[in-house]
Design a binder for this molecule. Structure first.
Ligand SMILES: Cc1cc2nc3c(=O)[nH]c(=O)nc-3n(C[C@H](O)[C@H](O)[C@H](O)COP(=O)(O)OP(=O)(O)OC[C@H]3O[C@@H](n4cnc5c(N)ncnc54)[C@H](O)[C@@H]3O)c2cc1C
Length: 332
């Protein structure tokens, strides 16, 4: 009987490029494959994407499986699940890793169900257990207040990984690998959903998920004008503005800025939480930040339990003073 072997990552492609999470998964996959003494595979699915296989090799893959078909031009659940399932059944990797992106969130449970296995979503660390050789899958639980480590005894062991929690390898164009084409063999009638229109979200400045600095405001900011002050600070720090749910519900900022359980997950170097209490639903979207700085007038606010640095006070006094100081430091 064929054996499950190797580590496979699903490489997402946007606008003819591997997206950042793909290189991060390649870095993580490389480490796991080396620990197992096995190969690292990447699978690329789309239309006109074959030229990206070499890029996946440069970032660490030993073999790249390419499923290139005009029917896969736009992401559609039906077609992509079928294409990935076909590759996984053919290659039989022991481990399959996807990004915790909207596509990864959509594909992973469906794939796990079809392959009769389990999946851990939103992992922040993956490792190989030296004794059992199973993948140790660490993910936040209880709204980010604790971490749990899972293993899965059925193959493939599937996990999604949160953006910016894994380091990509240095790109090495001299790396050698093998590119294998797999026919999608799709029946167009199997694709039940059609993409009618794409609306690109307008973003001025840095995207929240990509920002190294996020200045997030909560209910205590109180108005659209209050958020303008946070924007000024974020811009100066080359960062982006985020928010807890109340400012979005109150239309002070667009919904796309919401951080948390039902919003975006961010992992910046610096997360400045201003006038937000630090509810578990909010923290599940930012607890992976490297440094959390809290500004809140209530010394008992929960945010101070999770923040690395905290200032008790009124943001209306603190933010202008802080912004002035940053301005001064940047100038000189
Ligand atoms: C299913 C579900 C999903 C949810 N998903 C999310 C989510 O994704 N993201 C999210 O954020 N929430 C989410 N929520 C809502 C969440 O439970 C909280 O209600 C919300 O996060 C609270 O937002 P906040 O901290 O801004 O407001 P509050 O809890 O009201 O806190 C406001 C804080 O501002 C401080 N403050 C007020 N004025 C000042 C001032 N002048 N200077 C300094 N500090 C001041 C106060 O001391 C207080 O701590 C969800 C809830 C549910 C039930």
């Amino acid at each position: 009987m064929a054996e499950y072997k190797g580590v496979m990552i699903y490489g997402e492609v946007t606008e003819g490029k591997l997206i950042a999470i793909t290189t991060e998964l390649l870095g993580c996959g490389r480490r796991l494959a080396d620990d197992l003494g096995q190969e690292l595979y990447a699978v690329l699915v789309g239309s006109n994407i074959s030229s990206l296989a070499q890029e996946a090799i440069a970032f660490g893959a030993d073999k790249v499986y390419v499923v290139d078909d005009p029917l896969l031009k736009d992401y559609q659940t039906d077609s992509y699940v079928l294409a990935l399932e076909k590759v996984v059944r053919q290659v039989m990797p022991q481990i399959l890793i996807l990004g915790q992106t909207s596509i990864g969130r959509d594909l992973t449970p469906r794939l796990a169900f079809r392959l009769d296995t389990a999946a851990s979503m939103d992992c922040i660390e993956l490792a190989i257990d030296p004794d059992s050789k199973l993948m140790l899958q660490t993910r936040p639980v209880y709204g980010g207040n604790a971490q749990a480590i899972y293993t899965c005894e059925s193959n493939p062991q599937i996990a999604t990984v949160r953006a910016k929690t894994m380091a990509p390898l240095e790109r090495d164009a001299s790396r050698q690998g093998e590119v294998i084409t797999i026919e999608a063999g799709l029946d167009p009638s199997a694709i039940k959903a059609k993409v009618l229109e794409k609306v690109v979200e307008e973003v001025t400045g840095i995207k929240l998920e990509d920002a190294e600095v996020v200045v997030s405001g909560g209910r205590g900011i109180g108005s659209v004008d209050g958020f303008k002050q946070l924007e000024e600070l974020a811009k100066m720090l080359n960062g982006a503005v985020g928010a807890s749910r109340p400012p979005c519900d109150n239309d002070w900022v667009p919904d796309s800025l919401q951080v948390g359980l039902t919003g975006k997950i961010v992992t910046p170097e610096l997360y400045i939480a201003v006038a937000l209490s630090g509810s578990s639903q909010h923290m599940s979207g930012c607890s992976g930040s490297k440094n959390i700085v809290a500004i809140n007038k209530d010394p008992e606010a929960n945010i101070f339990k999770v923040a690395h640095f905290g200032v008790v006070g009124d943001w209306k006094k603190l933010i202008p003073a802080f912004t002035e100081k940053v301005k001064e430091l940047l100038a000189g």
